[in-house]
Write a protein of this length. Structure first.
Length: 87
């Protein structure tokens, strides 16, 4: 199976709409300002969400299992990824 996203793809995002289970969201790492992550929403509880990696077996995976819930406010919902041929 092909990965959902590949390195170097452009992402088109929006702040419109709340977080929902299954969405891919882009957000700043809670412990590393300026470092952005792209993860899938596993659960939503009010104003926070649990985010996980689609490839949990990859080395160095960082998600809610290591840093906990993330605020929905300040995150972006992925609308679509641009194909690499357009980059």
């Amino acid at each position: 199976m092909e990965p959902t996203l590949v390195a170097g793809q452009g992402l088109v995002t929006t702040t419109f709409g709340g977080a929902r289970v299954g969405q891919i969201r882009v957000f700043e790492h809670p412990n590393r300002p300026g470092f952005w992550l792209v993860k899938r929403v596993e659960a939503v509880d009010g104003d926070s969400m649990i985010v996980v990696s689609d490839n949990a077996s990859a080395p160095g995976v960082v998600d809610s299992r290591s840093f906990g819930p993330v605020d929905v406010d300040g995150s972006y919902r992925l609308l679509f990824a641009l194909p690499l041929r357009f980059m």
